[in-house]
Write a new protein. Structure first.
Length: 132
């Protein structure tokens, strides 16, 4: 999810695309619809992406999540939901079997990471933990 207006959608796409290509992400959804012509599925609302993937575990990245990333066990197949910043109050969308993870920083601040930064951190953590 991103907030239309702070940046051109194509710029926003490029920030995400560079990271997700490096980590071989299968599907990439963006919301809301901007009309960019790229290899991304745009959906009016993030719940549309969740509904389109009923067999995936949904993982919300949110600063108020109970599970710190250091302790998080990544599901084999998952739909990770990131917002325009990790402080986007996604936990109100969380269903019973969904998961939520938070990224902690040394400064003690949480929620100040932009979503493309959070994507890189989460996907790198997933990669490293898969090697163990």
């Amino acid at each position: 999810m991103w907030e239309l207006g702070w940046s051109a959608p194509i710029t926003e796409y490029d920030l995400w695309d560079m990271v997700i290509r490096d980590f071989c992400v299968d599907e990439f959804y963006m919301s809301p619809v901007s009309g960019i012509q790229r290899t991304v599925t745009e959906v009016p609302d993030i719940t549309d992406a969740i509904a389109a993937n009923p067999n995936l575990v949904v993982v919300f990245v949110d600063e108020h999540a109970d599970i710190p990333l250091a302790d998080f066990v990544h599901p084999k197949d998952a739909l990770y939901v990131f917002g325009k910043a990790t402080c986007s109050a996604f936990l109100s969308m969380k269903r019973e079997n969904d998961l939520a993870v938070r990224i902690e920083t040394n400064s003690g601040s949480v929620g100040l990471l932009w979503a493309p930064q959070a994507v890189a951190i989460i996907l790198y953590d997933r990669l490293v933990k898969s090697w163990r």
